[in-house]
Design a binder for this molecule. Structure first.
Ligand SMILES: [Zn+2]
Length: 390
């Protein structure tokens, strides 16, 4: 039997993050970016041996990452979102109205207890925030954070309620947990107060695994409040991706940033993302992907991995601003220019030399995914495919 052995800092094979790698990453963030205003923590804290673990181990994995974050960033405002791996059995998020033995109240009460102190941090180290964590996190998994003096609100969602592998959506699909209704109320309140909004969650509503009906309704909500929602942040795919939401006429109205994973699972370099935000408008003005080359790091197991800025979006992709129209223009250029596509694709994988090759059908899939935020229709995909060259 062929045996694979992981290096000190992990492996490109199907194997998750060694704790030492996560510790190294967090220490690097603290030393390199002392000015971060807040930390978005987008979920999936358990490993991929999903059918071998118990409830207790799932809670322990969440606790271990929480403790580590608290230790390295004792005063930072950390905003956690629930990932599909954070429940037990994996992907299991029953509608909160369902009580009894199928309820995952046990999970939300454990997470509420361990995550509540993360909300005590102050925005940018100074300003106080208010939040609904105690009221809404249990049993729904979503909450808001608001800095009224800054005209800023962050809505943290539980998008596991749209995940097709969350089989509970077969029981109730329309709006589990009343989350879309809550989202609309929050956005209406923010709009009336003249606030700007960022949205955080685990699975992008534009992901191919999000239910098309839910994705469609979500997209309609974001379109209605497009002047208020300044950016959306998700993860789940492990790749550094982006999506542009387009209306029926193909006009871009929102940008979705999908963060790279710390886990090298699979074939990718571990990384994290820094978002530069304009303080008055809350627009994202640049992004930086920081990574470590796992192959190089494993050659020197007794030396800490070297983390480096792989790409600034504006510099690497020659973007004037990071508005949705610029991301759409980039997508069109990627369809025409194979070299540019490869630069973006390499960043998807944290520059890993082990990244999977991307030929014609893969390029089509990626370009389609970028423009298909509303999963109920592939009309924008057909247009972008017709532009594909090379
Ligand atoms: Zn996930």
């Amino acid at each position: 039997m062929h045996k694979l052995r992981a290096g000190m800092w992990g492996t490109y094979e199907k194997c998750d993050t060694p704790p030492a790698l996560l510790v190294s990453l967090l220490h690097h963030v603290r030393a390199t970016h002392p000015d971060v205003a807040y930390i978005l923590w987008s979920g999936d804290n358990s490993a991929h041996n999903v059918h071998e673990v118990t409830r207790r181990q799932t809670v322990a994995a969440n606790q271990a990452v929480t403790d580590l974050l608290r230790r390295v960033f004792p005063r930072a405002l950390v905003l956690p979102a629930v990932g599909n791996h954070d429940s037990h059995p994996v992907n299991s998020f029953p509608p909160p109205t369902l009580g009894g033995r199928f309820s995952n109240g046990w999970l939300f009460s454990a997470l509420r207890r361990m995550w509540r102190p993360l909300l005590d941090g102050r925005l940018g180290g100074g300003r106080r925030i208010e939040h609904s964590f105690e009221q809404t996190f249990h049993p729904y998994g979503y909450y808001y954070v608001r800095a009224a003096a800054d005209g800023f609100r962050i809505l943290v969602l539980n998008t596991n309620y749209c995940y097709t592998l969350n089989f509970w959506t077969l029981l109730e699909a329309r709006d589990p947990g009343g989350q879309l209704r809550w989202l609309v109320a929050q956005l209406a309140e923010a709009e009336a107060a003249g606030e700007r909004v960022h949205i955080l969650g685990h699975i992008s509503p534009g992901d191919e695994t999000c239910r098309p009906d839910w994705s469609h309704q979500y997209s309609r909500v974001i379109h209605r409040f497009r002047a208020t929602v300044r950016a959306q942040f998700f993860s789940h795919t492990h790749l550094d991706e982006f999506q542009v939401a387009l209306d029926g006429a193909g006009r871009p109205f929102s940008t979705v940033y999908i963060a790279p994973s710390v886990s090298p699972w699979t074939s990718l370099n571990p990384g994290y993302k820094i978002y530069h935000v304009q303080p008055d408008t809350w627009e994202v003005i640049d992004t930086e992907h920081w990574a470590t080359d796992l192959e190089v790091a494993n050659r020197s197991p007794h030396r800490l991995p070297r983390w480096f800025a792989l790409a600034s979006a504006r510099r690497a992709y020659r973007l004037a601003t990071l508005r949705p129209a610029d991301w759409l223009a980039l997508t069109r250029r990627m369809a025409r220019d194979r070299r540019l596509f490869d630069i973006v694709y390499s960043t998807y994988w944290g520059g890993s030399r082990r990244r999977k090759p991307c030929r014609a059908s893969c390029r089509k899939k990626i370009l389609c995914n970028i423009v298909t935020f509303d999963r109920s229709s592939d009309r924008h995909c057909e247009i972008i495919k017709s532009k594909l060259k090379g």
